[in-house]
Design a protein around this ligand. Structure first.
Ligand SMILES: *Cc1c(COP(=O)(O)O)cnc(C)c1O
Length: 398
């Protein structure tokens, strides 16, 4: 009864932008969440790659409690200690020299687009503003990041869009080469396409893109909003491909559950931003930075969690491959890196998601027919065994 009332009030008071499953989640610990009716769920959707340490990780919770008692918010007119500490941590563990903090993935990409345009105009030519992105990509829902996104379904009804974006097929170096003009200022890519259906590039693709960028004096922007923060088994996905970008964006897992995003760049590129060029009221707020510091410190401690991510990623992949041999007419592909995995079906996957939900397991469906797994990086073998059992039942019945 109470759940029913909440669902009624939700549709009465909240804009109808999400196609939600009929569950109110109220409490979480580690791999588990509980609904308002008391039902327990194993979370393999992981808040879309946000809950990298699981739900309510004690170190993150304590960091938030401590910071909440000390200072919640001050503006960026002043120096903010947790922001400085977080910046140092990110810089020490990435290619970058400088960071700008914001509140989401889309905002991080907006900042990247603005920085790339400003850098190119100042250092190369006034007309250099065009950004090449990939078809099937996802970069966010603000007007510029929506335009950058290479999927028509998200853009419909919002035209006119932002000028200066051009889309090419992902993982196809020849078409990128052809798309470059004297007006190109940057190439912006996800190292692995997440929303697009967990699509990995060939191993040399990003290296070849990097070489093209160097040759034409173009910036490489990597959108690691989904792949960053240990998701693929390394802290950042670019580390798998033997390259570094000029600009990188992160968000999702960065705060272990609180809303924070960041745009990182080399000193050379970052110097195009001067006081007044870019800002956001909440960016680098003390509370979220304290949560992010606790998240990164926990992620990096002894490399234990990244190891776990790699081992459990392999274990989950094996389980899914086994399912594929049982359901060869339904499952066409298993792919991914670390704990960002996709299982492509020959049909829509919503019914599988619902069947898993009924059996107490949360999984996500993306690109229509790809079941996506993004569990907390602390997932254990017994959780994966349970998921595989439930998926087997769901595939049989749905
Ligand atoms: C989720 C996502 C975004 C958008 O992040 P928001 O926090 O929802 O604005 C951008 N890029 C990628 C690759 C994402 O996965």
């Amino acid at each position: 009864m109470e759940t029913k009332k909440l669902l009624e009030e939700s549709s009465r008071y909240i804009m109808n932008t999400y196609d939600r499953l009929p569950v109110v989640l109220r409490k979480g610990r580690g791999m588990k969440v509980w609904g308002s009716d008391g039902k327990e769920y194993l979370d393999f959707a992981g808040g879309v790659a946000v809950n990298c340490l699981g739900h309510c990780h004690p170190r993150v919770v304590i960091a938030i409690q401590k910071q909440a008692q000390r200072l919640l918010h001050v503006s960026n007119f002043y120096y903010i200690e947790p922001q400085i500490r977080l910046a140092k941590l990110l810089i020490e563990h990435s290619f970058a020299d400088k960071v700008f903090f914001c509140n989401s993935g889309a905002e991080a990409n907006e900042a990247a687009i603005k920085l790339a345009r400003k850098y190119a105009k100042e250092h190369i030519s006034q007309n250099r503003y065009e950004i090449i992105t990939a078809q099937n990509s996802f970069h966010g829902r603000t007007l510029a990041t929506l335009t950058a996104t290479g999927q028509e379904k998200f853009k419909h009804g919002f035209e006119p869009l932002v000028p200066g974006f051009r889309h090419v097929p992902f993982n196809d170096i020849a078409t990128i080469k052809k798309a470059i003009t004297k007006d190109t200022c940057a190439i912006m890519l996800e190292p692995i396409q997440g929303e697009g259906g967990v699509k990995l590039p060939d191993h040399n693709y990003l290296k070849e893109v990097r070489e093209l960028c160097n040759k034409h004096n173009i910036l490489l922007i990597l959108d690691e909003v989904q792949t960053g923060m240990g998701r693929t088994g390394k802290l950042f996905a670019y580390e798998h491909y033997g390259i570094t970008p000029d600009i990188m964006t992160i968000a999702k897992g960065l705060g272990g559950g609180v809303p924070i995003g960041a745009m990182l760049a080399t000193d050379k590129v970052a110097s195009a931003f001067q006081p007044g060029n870019h800002a956001t009221t909440f960016g680098g707020n003390p509370l979220v930075c304290a949560a992010a510091i606790a998240t990164i410190e926990t992620l990096l401690e002894d490399g234990f969690i990244l190891d776990q991510c790699n081992r459990m990623g392999e274990y989950l992949k094996k389980g899914l491959e086994h399912l594929r041999t049982e359901f060869p007419s339904v499952i066409v592909d298993i792919r991914g890196l670390g704990l960002l995995l996709g299982m492509e079906l020959t049909r829509e996957c919503n019914s599988v998601v619902k069947a898993c939900l009924n059996r107490g397991v949360l999984v996500n469906c993306t690109a229509g027919n790809v079941v996506r797994f993004m569990p907390p990086l602390i997932v254990q073998e017994k959780d994966i065994d349970h998921l595989i059992d439930v998926l087997g039942e769901a595939l049989e019945r749905s």
